[in-house]
Design a protein around this ligand. Structure first.
Ligand code: VG1
Ligand code: CO
Length: 542
């Protein structure tokens, strides 16, 4: 039976960098999720009778919202919903399923790297028919709709069994439960030289993958252990848990410290990697070396031709603005266009659709290609393995050779988490006010060459996105970027991105904190970080 439920709008249902993320307690309020989902359906044009893809990272509240979304999709006239069994789909797998089955779009339930559980975070994101995150035009329309919404439609029906593969009906709508892993694993097998990787592993190459009790566990087990023959203990923390075992499923030095300890410890494996809550991030380590995500993007781009899918070369490379310029050097050397976009994967969609770029990346542990329209953690792991299988060198050797050819972009991001919102806004506003006068300012040995508030005009649809981060560029090519996070759920998070380029012939083997010491000091002087936030050091350094 179709029900129409009258509601009053909830304030603050504004999608951030990647969907709407709030505490579970917020999502548990009666009608809260329903209002947001109805707002999504209300702004879609021509969705009647079409297919929707639905799945999430398995965190607490995932199963409940899968049931709600199914009943609302039926009441809103969708013809079919394709659901990952158990309500599970990693973000890149969801992107692939949308594309493969020609769906109208998809709803992904995830708060990605944010912690999960009854007291932690939940999220809802809408992806369009190309498989990628909805562009700003659509997320803005969804937000506008949430502010005036006065009813939602839902089918009054019993919960569906989402744990058996097969097809059922909900009212007039078909519900198809699929294996969440198979399509994605097949796609990976079509891109890479699995025989070469299998031979590498059979020859004694040792690898470890930390799934952090998040969604990639089943994907990594199928691909690395079953299809590529890695030993059964290769995937660590491979069982997805609704609270990720109480940890942040954020692959970095702080939250994946076990992996770091192992890779820097005695008898370390040859290769280590980890992914995040929804499977779209990756970190890459070799024995005794962490490859920063910005460097990983550059190294993958420089070596991608060694994998079958990219053997004929790349169309171009895109990176988010705060990501280091290491990829720019590769693009220049290969004669490829390089695009610099705002933070968030949604800005890569048009470039990928238009065939202008093949590989994209963000400093926040995200890399991907035109095989889907999301960043893709396991894809990056497999491309690295394919390159290692082809070159038969260690990760450290490949990194060193890369720096010797292109120079090295020393890089770090300092995050100040949970700071006062007004203080964070004040810091950015004060800096913005001073932008016109910053050029020429001397801070220690550094001299500001230029400073601006990054704006991006999409070269495909000409849409303009302003206020995407403060850039302070120094003479000699060093850089500081400051912006506020758009994915947090409590207080504000200030991100400070620090970068220093060391050309070929310079000192390429320094410890990153040493190489950046004067930039760290300059960031504090210019942005008054200590006095405005009350913090003398960042919470997380990546
Ligand atoms: C962060 C990262 C950004 C990434 C986004 C979503 O956003 O900085 O690069 O695209 O998370 O990643 P912000 O606004 O907090 O800086 V995920 O893995 O959460 O989907
Ligand atoms: Co993620």
């Amino acid at each position: 039976m179709l029900k129409t439920v009258a509601v009053t709008p909830f304030p603050g249902q504004k999608p951030g960098t990647s969907g709407l993320r709030k505490k579970v307690a917020v999502f548990r309020q009666s009608h809260y999720a329903e209002c947001f989902i109805q707002a999504i359906f209300d702004v879609l044009e021509g969705a009647a009778g079409q297919t929707l893809v639905l799945g999430g990272d398995g965190r607490f509240w995932n199963r409940e919202i899968v049931q709600t979304t199914l009943k609302m999709a039926a009441a809103n006239g969708f013809g079919r919903v394709i659901v990952g069994r158990g309500g599970i789909l990693s973000t890149p797998a969801a992107s692939h399923v949308i594309r493969k089955y020609g769906a109208f779009g998809g709803i992904i339930l995830s708060a990605s790297h944010n912690p999960g559980g009854p007291d932690e975070d939940f999220g809802i994101k809408y992806n369009i028919g190309n498989g990628g995150p909805a562009p700003e035009r659509i997320t803005d329309a969804i937000h506008a709709r949430t502010e005036v919404i006065d009813h939602y439609r839902i089918l009054d029906a019993a919960d569906l069994d989402i744990d058996q593969i097969g097809e059922t009906r909900l009212g007039d709508m078909a519900v198809q439960i699929i294996d969440p892993v198979a399509d994605y694993a097949d796609l990976m097998e079509s891109l890479f030289d699995f025989a070469a990787i299998r031979a590498l592993i059979a020859g004694g190459f040792r690898l470890t993958f930390d799934a952090m009790h998040a969604v990639t566990g089943p994907y990594a087990t199928e691909i690395l252990e079953r299809r590529l023959g890695a030993p059964a203990d290769t995937v660590l923390n491979g069982t997805p848990l609704p609270d990720f075992g109480g940890h942040h499923p954020d692959p970095n030095m702080v939250h994946a410290h076990e992996l770091f300890d192992r890779m820097f410890g005695p008898d370390a494996p040859d290769f280590g990697a980890a992914s995040d809550g929804d499977g779209d991030r990756n970190i890459i380590l070799g024995r005794g070396i962490f490859v920063t995500p910005s460097d990983s993007l550059a190294m993958l781009a420089a070596n991608a031709h060694l994998a079958p899918a990219y053997a004929t070369g790349l169309a171009g490379i895109a990176r988010s603005m705060p990501t280091s310029a290491a990829a720019d050097r590769v693009a220049e050397a290969l004669g490829l266009p390089l695009y610099e976009t705002p933070t968030g994967w949604k800005y890569f969609g048009n470039l990928l659709d238009a065939g202008r770029v093949t590989i994209c990346g963000e400093e926040s542990a995200g890399t991907g290609s035109d095989h889907v329209r999301e960043k893709d953690g396991l894809w990056a792991v497999l491309l690295w393995l394919n390159i290692l299988a082809a070159r038969r060198e260690s990760v450290a050797e490949i990194a060193r050779a890369h720096w010797e050819r292109f120079g090295r972009n020393y890089y770090a991001r300092h995050d100040y988490e949970g700071i006062d919102g007004a203080a964070a806004d004040g810091l950015i506003a004060a800096l913005r006010d001073r932008l016109p006068t910053l050029a020429g300012t001397r801070v220690g040995d550094l001299v500001v060459a230029a400073a601006d508030d990054f704006a991006y005009q999409d070269p495909v649809d000409a849409s303009l996105s302003r206020h995407q981060g403060i850039r302070i560029l120094f003479e000699g090519g060093s850089r500081i970027v400051l912006r506020l996070s758009g994915t947090g759920t409590s207080g504000a998070t200030l991100r400070v991105y620090l970068e220093r380029y060391e050309p070929v012939g310079g000192d390429l083997g320094r410890a990153t904190p040493d190489a950046l010491v004067d930039l760290i000091a300059a960031a504090d002087t210019l942005a008054e970080i200590r006095s405005r936030t009350g913090r003398d050091q960042p919470d997380v350094i990546t």
